[in-house]
Design a protein around this ligand. Sequence first.
Ligand code: ADP
Ligand code: MG
Length: 334
Amino acid sequence: SKEDDTPRRIQANPDVVNKIAAGEIIVAPVHALKELIENAVDAGATSLEVLVKDGGLKLLQITDNGHGIDRTSPFYVKGSPLLSSKKFEDLNSICTYGFRGEALASISHIAHLTVTTKTKDSSCAWRAHYDGGKLSPAKPGQSPDPKPTAGRGGTQISVEDLFYNVPTRRRAFRSTSDEYNKIIDMVGRYSIHCAGVAFSYRIRQIHGGNVANELIQFSASDDRWGFKSSGWATNANYHIKKTTLLLFINNRSVESSNIKKAIEQTYSTFLPKSGHPFVYLSLEIDPQRVDVNVHPTKREVNFLNEDEIIQCVCEIIREKLAAVDTSRTFMTQT
Ligand code: ADP
Ligand code: MG
């Protein structure tokens, strides 16, 4: 047959577009879990249970005791997409990163999502399934409407068969234990950060060495730069091969190579050459000074007066390290 060289119009199917967009945001199960944890914390949860199967690829389930989702919320409007609480105007001052109001909708494009939720005013819990951003039947032939069910106050979100419809992404996972370890790390970060939240794990055990005896507490703030910070850092008696930095900005776990570099620099005069610290740092920065317009997969954040803020924090850590050092020297002399 003759080759057909008439120009072709390539049609972008919105389902495919949504799937690709979601797959770009959620690169691994841990990214979905992070959003679910943040939603639970936002909902005022004080207890949180995480269940993981096959590194989160088969199942990610998180059960919280937060305020639940009201029946009148856009979630339950038949046929409507999962709407977010955030409006365009809020973008300047929101304290969240990453999805900015698209987490659940995104997840539903690349996994089977089930939400079971009960507010304190409701006599029963409601369960709903979502696929492709819409309410959908749990089983073929059933109605997509949310169904009343028994349940405790709070919300349970299940994410099943992540990437089931993105086979190339699914095949890219070499081992489920790598994904599991990333999940353990993320849950560990939030369990440290949310001191008031009692995370109970069904996932086996949290990793990490025993650094508790060598921690010093610090805090710093400066109105000029619109920030407050607090944290714990290991003293000069402790070191590990690689820096562990648990960094939270406005209660979101984020990364910053600038902060990490500055902290390593600060410790370099106190630790042996190959030694590195463990640092937990929580920064609260006036949301208007934080740039939320970064690409969703970018876990790094930008904020105003970054250099000044980093310098303040590192100066405090340096003073604390020096103080511990002196007191030890002093003790050995007596
Ligand atoms: P965002 O958190 O940015 O608003 P999400 O897609 O993550 O967007 O969540 C959408 C909305 O669903 C939230 O704003 C919240 O109203 C509701 N929600 C999600 N998870 C929970 C939860 N665990 N408890 C209570 N409400 C929740
Ligand atoms: Mg969210």
